[in-house]
Ligand binder design. Structure first.
Ligand SMILES: C[S@@+](CC[C@H](N)C(=O)[O-])C[C@H]1O[C@@H](n2cnc3c(N)ncnc32)[C@H](O)[C@@H]1O
Length: 297
């Protein structure tokens, strides 16, 4: 996560102090923030080649095979590729079928918090995995929106060359979905997950979400803090379905603690009815260690 070169380094989930906006210095470890570095600072050709190489490496290794199995067993992603894949169709898939019976064009995708993939090996692996995922689910890159306030201009340029949709606004994770959507949030702060859950906190909407990110049950160990500051995660832990994504030891810093998280409609009924009424927007005023970059103002 924090490497500046291609050397492997130990990089654990990093705690961030709350920030209003990233600094503009191109010298920042995570790439300099929006407009922090010019396109000249990232060799886009080299970066694209490395991403391609990383995709090939992942494609050939066990990790992708293992992930594919878990993903195809997971309800929301299983509904996507082709009826010939043998995977059972999810309720979401059935719900999305049009009256003509035509199969919908798969889920949308949103990736927050990838990090500086031109300088950070973990982020590059995560990006390569995202691209493989899109390929397999037959989601065209344009239907995948990406945002991280630390992306440099050069990285934004690379993402556009990959045909991904680069978001220009910091949504703080508060994106309301109207159709099945995969959120790819690798090693992101709890506030991003909590905001996402809040924005979609409706019995009919939560089942549309598939989150590929940090396991919620791992976060649960924080106990009281979770209940006080991240109430939506705290409630979701009890009703979500988590499938752990396997991680080989050599990629521990990249994919450790990762799971596919879905919200089966049948389990949401276990939450008290009052939880759905007028869910309050999270404020995090008492959070000493907020791991999210907030938008200005
Ligand atoms: C702990 S780092 C993880 C980086 C990378 N995915 C990894 O595993 O090394 C968390 C990332 O979340 C990003 N982040 C913080 N606030 C965000 C926001 N409002 N929207 C999207 N990403 C955000 C940070 O810039 C940072 O890159």
């Amino acid at each position: 996560m924090s490497e500046k070169t291609d050397e492997w380094q130990v990089a654990r989930r990093r705690k961030k102090r709350p920030e209003r906006r990233p600094e503009r210095s191109p010298a920042r470890g995570h790439g300099g923030g929006p407009h922090g570095g010019g396109p000249q600072e990232v060799d886009s050709k080299k970066t694209l080649r490395r991403i391609e190489e990383t995709m090939s490496e992942l494609r050939c290794g066990d990790v992708w095979l293992d992930w594919s199995k878990v993903l195809s067993a997971s309800s929301a992603t299983a509904s996507t590729p082709s009826p010939a894949d043998g995977a059972p169709e999810s309720p979401v898939g059935r719900q999305e079928r049009s009256s003509t019976g035509a199969r919908p064009p798969g889920p949308d995708c949103v990736c927050y918090g990838l990090g500086s993939f031109s300088s950070c090996v973990s982020a590059r692996y995560q990006l390569a995995m995202l691209l493989l995922l899109l390929e397999t689910l037959q989601v065209t890159p344009g239907r995948c929106s990406v945002f991280d306030p630390v992306f440099s201009e050069g990285e934004l340029d690379v993402l556009r060359q990959l045909d991904l949709t680069v978001l220009t606004e910091n949504e703080e994770g508060k994106r309301l979905v109207k159709r099945p959507t995969i959120f790819y949030l690798m090693h992101c702060g709890k506030a991003l997950y909590n905001n996402l859950l809040w924005r979609n906190w409706k019995r009919e909407t939560l089942p549309l979400l598939t989150i590929i990110g940090n396991s919620f049950s791992g976060i649960q160990t924080i106990g009281r803090e979770l209940q006080r500051d991240y109430g939506y995660i705290d409630q979701a832990v009890a009703v979500c379905e988590e499938r752990r994504l396997p991680c080989p030891p050599r990629l521990l810093d990249v994919f450790n603690d990762t799971a596919v998280i879905t919200f089966p409609d049948s389990d949401l009924g276990k939450l008290p009815q009052c939880t759905w009424a007028d869910p309050a927007e999270p404020r995090y005023e008492a959070c000493p260690d907020l791991e999210i970059i907030l938008r200005d103002g």
